[in-house]
Write a new protein. Structure first.
Lengths: 273, 290
């Protein structure tokens, strides 16, 4: 447990958000502290990505308050490393890998080309994701997993305090996913990480907290659950279970530190569908 | 073979020299701005802007002939229309408020329709309509040339200063916004530069054909080059070579200049596509053997 005196790096208070008539998120409360590895899980349309975009300042909450690093999200955004879904890019974009990573340094100087230090930082970031040999390779020639790691390097080149990732495993196979998460585990030693994922099974062993998002949100501390939960629950969580959210919600009663006045929103969705 | 062309070029005070200079200036921006159009995948914007220019040109001619506003030259009309359209497109498509293709189609058609209405409102059929639609590079004046030169300087300065941001904008607008950049402004500036380039090219090949000049040379070289600066450089060279050869051929054999230039550029493009396809096949068979 974090000391209560420590200030959260992400502080979401009573946030509601609606697209037109439809309320997507209702009364969200969420505190993320320095060094956490938080995974947002939930069904499609449950509002995970919307929550991430609210934290980034790309959307404005209709109600409630969001502070990131003690500032408004819009102000804090230059300190955030954002890794968008790699599917949304033009795969034929005419640039090499180093050019893409350098984009993380775009606002470091107002005019002119990138400086020497920018190139150095970009190369270091490529080294961190283990792809320094590909610096001159065209972006179009990369595999999905490599592309995802390049986008992480791009976010690292911003020298962020927080790393936010939108479904980093969306189009990756098991090996690719493993590599990306191992990388994130290493980065987590220095950085706070928030990621959106469909599949809790693959991230469960890396995450420190899980937030189930489905219209409302509830945070579960996995470290506490690991201590409290019975071994067979975790076995079921890792293998066998057909629905990852379901399996989490089944193990939740063993989580003593989560104050749960209401059943987990995600589990409700899955249990009573 | 090209004796007539060379003779006229060497003649003292030849107007052909102005034409050659205009082609040089056009090719320069063609390659540079064309590369951004390619990276941003917005060649449809070029089409919409170029056709909507006719609205501005028509309005200017109408004011000149009917209202006695002699200062309102067709060139000024075209520039104003281009900037207006750039503004409308960047406002309506930023943050995906409207479907981009619908906005562009509306502008494309409406601009053309307005132009035709203004032309219809003038007595008789204005002689110069043909040259606006299909260009008349041989009639470039010194004043046009000065204007083109100034625009070239602006575009090249802007690109030198903001290239990295423009690339970022083309790759992912949202990402650039998160870095703290005012992407709305830069998006407008990029569209404005594209639009002004279109105005310039419309002098060369007319509003109907300038799409080809801005899109095809870079599309051709993009088959072989993978970095944006290289695409720009090769794009400039290809469009220069194609425009010059188009001019020479059309001058020598009395062909429509704009159409000849576009045909040559299209041929280059097709050649590059075919060459890439064939080279790919050869590489695959070699790999199979090895």
């Amino acid at each position: 447990m974090k000391a209560q005196s420590e200030k959260p790096v992400i502080d979401v208070q009573n946030v509601c958000f609606r697209y037109g008539e439809q309320e997507v998120l209702h009364s969200i409360n969420l505190q993320v502290y320095q060094g956490d590895f938080v995974v947002l899980v939930g069904p499609n349309g449950g509002g995970k990505t919307t929550l991430l975009r609210l934290i980034l300042g790309l959307l404005k909450p209709g109600f409630g308050k969001i502070r990131v690093l003690g500032r408004s999200p819009r102000r804090a955004s230059p300190q955030l490393g954002y890794v968008p879904q790699s599917l949304q890019f033009d795969p034929e974009f005419p640039a090499n890998v180093l050019d893409i990573v350098l984009m993380g340094r775009v606002e470091r100087s107002l005019f002119g080309p990138y400086k020497k230090t920018d190139r150095q930082v970009a190369l270091e970031c490529l080294q961190q994701v283990g792809l320094q040999d590909l610096a001159k390779r065209p972006f179009a020639a990369l595999s999905g997993g490599q592309r995802q790691r390049i986008l992480i390097a791009q976010a690292l080149a911003c020298e962020p305090e927080l790393l936010l990732l939108d479904e980093p495993n969306a189009n990756l196979d098991a090996v690719g996913t493993q590599t990306v998460y191992e990388l994130l585990r290493q980065l987590n030693q220095k950085l706070t990480i928030v990621l959106v994922s469909h599949n809790l099974n693959t991230v469960e062993s890396y995450a420190s907290h899980v937030v189930c998002v489905n219209h409302t949100a509830e945070m579960h501390c996995l470290d506490d659950m690991r201590q409290d939960a019975k071994e067979e629950d975790w076995t079921r969580l890792r293998h066998g279970a057909s629905c990852p959210l379901n399996s989490v919600s089944e193990t939740l009663p063993y989580c003593s530190n989560c104050v749960r006045n209401n059943p987990c929103p995600a589990s409700r969705a899955f249990l009573y569908k | 073979m090209l004796t007539l062309f060379i003779q006229d070029l060497q003649a003292p005070g030849s107007l052909l020299r102005l034409t050659v200079l205009a082609i040089l200036l056009c090719s320069l921006v063609c390659g540079i701005i064309g590369a951004y159009v390619l990276a941003k995948r917005c060649s449809y914007v070029v089409g919409a802007v170029s056709h909507s220019l006719l609205g501005g040109i028509g309005l200017a001619r109408f004011c000149q002939l009917q209202k006695g506003m002699t200062w309102f030259s067709p060139m000024l009309g075209a520039v104003l229309a281009a900037l207006l359209v750039a503004g409308i497109i960047s406002i309506l498509t930023l943050r995906k408020q409207q479907r981009e293709d619908s906005v562009l189609s509306a502008i494309w058609a409406l601009g053309m329709a307005l132009g035709l209405s203004f032309i219809y409102a003038m007595p008789g059929y204005p002689q110069d309509l043909q040259s606006y639609l299909f260009g008349n590079i041989l009639l470039v004046s010194r004043q046009d040339l000065l204007w083109m030169g100034a625009l070239n300087v602006v575009i090249i300065l802007f690109v030198l200063l903001f290239h990295k941001r423009l690339v970022c904008l083309c790759f992912n607008e949202e990402w650039l916004r998160l870095r703290g950049c005012r992407t709305g402004l830069f998006n407008f500036l990029l569209y404005a530069l594209i639009s002004l380039t279109v105005v310039m090219l419309s002098q060369l090949v007319g509003v109907v054909l300038c799409l080809a000049l801005l899109v095809l040379p870079v599309a051709a070289v993009a088959n072989f080059c993978r970095s944006l600066p290289l695409i720009m450089l090769c794009g400039v060279l290809v469009s220069l070579a194609a425009s010059m050869s188009g001019l020479m051929l059309s001058y020598q054999y009395d062909l429509p200049t704009g159409a000849t230039i576009v045909e040559i550029i299209a041929a280059v493009y097709l050649f590059c596509v075919a060459a890439k396809f064939i080279l790919g096949k050869i590489r695959v068979t070699q790999q199979k053997k090895a």
